[in-house]
Design a binder for this molecule. Structure first.
Ligand code: GLC
Length: 551
């Protein structure tokens, strides 16, 4: 990359992200827990799959009550996962293969086991006291919603040692940091510097909207919160150019977009409003839910980019849906009460699609062609199943399935010793759903995924292009054009389970040839009149519109 070449600094617009948990990816020392040494041995696989940027879930020391999002030391690695040296080797080896690395950073809170909190609660004069938010009543700031509504009754928790309540937006054992204190703000910037100095390419910033709180408000998206991250961005641009900030901002479109600032806040945001609407469109067999949200989220500053995803390590969150939409989702995708979690659905992608290969491909077809950089959640490239009977969101965090061998090739430990059990449900048994088996079958989901990633990478329009949603003659069809420089791609999706006929008005492209991108097959030239298509149930197609050079 040439220094000073601004457009090269937009690397994040062309990437495919891969989210993984070190703990459940590959265990190198047979203790039942994945580690950095194990992960490093699997980088060749990720390079083969052709993903470009790994997002690591929290790997810091932690009592692991919230799977590592309860951090007890920001400057170190959880001993089960290895050492800082192992981490450095991993980053170096990833970079050698052209793979970038971003790490999760939990800004909003720490574990109650963190030394900062232990010191704060220990006596009233403690230097760390003001690093947290205390009150002698739990009646303040009650307009802030409770996010983990299944388990938490209040955002205040009583601390016997401090004899006061402390503020927490998530689990009770995750006290919020007090960002009104400049020491806290400075410390978190130092944490950023510490990890940036290891050579990583940026951060996935956790729980961004909640870091400041003000009585009488929702305590979300406050101006102070934007200011803090703009300062963080400035530091990044000045001291570590080319690194990125990707935010978890689970908000409605207008609020979410505000976190891009004028291109001077976050480089990227997850498109939380879009994600559930992809599933709603499929359930309703109607293009409108996706079309509406794309139209609301397509105008963002040039330097910014959405990260788009179907599933991640959390529940399929429905916080940003209305009652009607939520009912559709629960009815269609959470038929068993155990599938629900807080306001969402704790399931992996394949089970959400009832393991229907056509529906899985359709969902990925959308993910890989709608505006943004797509994210794959580890194991979903294989069609891994889940286990809704494990607690919290652990059912979607089970070990990666590498082979039909013991423990799915994840670990040589006794199976009872594994961090989480492997999936043995007959429909998703690891003996069939694994990297080894799927690599050998040319038409496996895994090989299909590798292929679709490769096709996407042929065209910059997918990552950088403008989108125009077309008006199909049939509402069961979603159709759009992606356009960038002289590239034009037409994408059509049949959201219905049955075959559909439809026409598209493509008059402005008259004379061009649609070339189907998976087979490089020419279709009849576009004319002024509407172009007609037939798609069988849950099928999609991408066409490159090429100039007709034969006339
Ligand atoms: C974020 C994480 C989630 C975690 C929560 C509280 O939303 O994605 O897994 O439970 O923060 O730390």
């Amino acid at each position: 990359m040439e220094a000073g070449n601004k457009s090269d600094n937009f690397w994040y617009k062309d990437v495919v992200f891969y989210e993984l948990h070190v703990r459940t990816f590959c265990d190198s020392n047979g203790d039942g827990v994945g580690d950095f040494k194990g992960l490093t041995t699997k980088l060749d696989y990720l390079q083969w799959l052709d993903v470009d940027c790994i997002w690591l879930l929290p790997f810091y020391p932690s009592p692991l009550k919230d799977d590592g999002y309860d951090v007890s030391d920001f400057y170190s690695i959880h001993p089960d996962l290895g050492t800082i040296e192992d981490f450095r080797v991993f980053v170096h080896e990833a970079h050698k293969r052209g793979i970038k690395v971003i790490v999760d950073l939990v800004f909003n809170h720490v574990s109650s086991e963190h030394s900062w909190f232990k010191e704060a609660r220990s006596h009233p004069e403690s230097q760390k006291k003001s690093w947290f938010i205390w009150s002698d009543t739990n009646k303040k700031n009650i307009s802030a919603r409770i996010i983990f509504s299944d388990t938490e009754k209040s955002n205040w928790a009583w601390d016997d040692e401090a004899k006061a309540y402390y503020w927490h937006r998530f689990y009770g054992y995750q006290p919020d940091l007090n960002y009104d204190n400049p020491e806290v703000r400075e410390e978190m910037k130092n944490v950023m510097r510490f990890w940036l100095d290891t050579g990583i390419d940026g951060f996935r910033c956790d729980a961004v909207p909640y870091i400041f709180d003000r009585d009488g408000t929702s305590s979300e998206n406050l101006p102070e919160t934007h200011l803090f991250f703009r300062e963080g961005r400035k530091m990044l641009d000045e001291e570590y150019p080319g690194r990125i900030l990707l935010a978890e901002v689970n908000q409605w479109p207008t609020e979410a977009i505000s976190y891009f600032g004028n291109g001077d806040e976050f480089h990227m945001l997850f498109n939380f409003p879009l994600m559930p609407r992809i599933f709603i469109a499929l359930a309703k067999e109607h293009y409108q839910p996706v079309a509406d949200i794309i139209n609301q989220t397509k105008s963002i500053p040039e330097a910014c980019q959405w990260a788009i995803f179907l599933r991640n390590h959390d529940e399929l969150t429905l916080e940003m849906t209305n009652d009607e939409e939520r009912d559709v989702m629960w009815r269609e995708y959470a038929k068993h009460p155990k599938m629900r979690f807080n306001l969402g659905i704790r399931r992996r992608l394949a089970p959400l699609a009832d393991n229907d290969r056509l529906r899985i491909e359709l969902l990925y077809g959308l993910l890989f062609s709608l505006p943004g950089s797509p994210l794959i959640y580890y194991g979903d490239e294989l069609g891994m199943g889940d286990n809704i009977f494990l607690g919290d969101r652990n059912g979607v965090r089970t070990p990666m399935q590498w082979s039909p061998d013991k423990n799915a090739g994840f670990s040589s430990a006794d199976s009872e010793q594994l961090y989480l059990p492997v999936i043995t449900n007959p429909n998703y048994h690891y003996e069939a759903i694994n990297v080894y088996a799927e690599k050998r079958l040319p038409y496996s989901l895994l090989n299909w995924m590798k292929n679709v990633i490769g096709i996407r990478k042929q065209k910059k329009a997918f990552g950088r292009g403008y989108i125009e949603i077309l008006k199909p003659s049939n509402t069961k069809i979603l159709a759009f054009i992606r356009e960038y420089d002289d590239e034009r791609i037409l994408c059509i999706f049949n959201l219905s389970r049955h075959a559909q006929y439809f026409e598209l008005n493509l008059g402005q492209y008259a004379g061009m040839i649609p070339v189907e991108m998976f087979g490089n097959t020419n279709f009849p030239a576009i004319k002024k009149e509407p172009y007609s298509f037939t798609l069988t149930g849950h099928r999609f197609m991408w066409f490159e519109l090429r100039k007709n050079t034969s006339v």
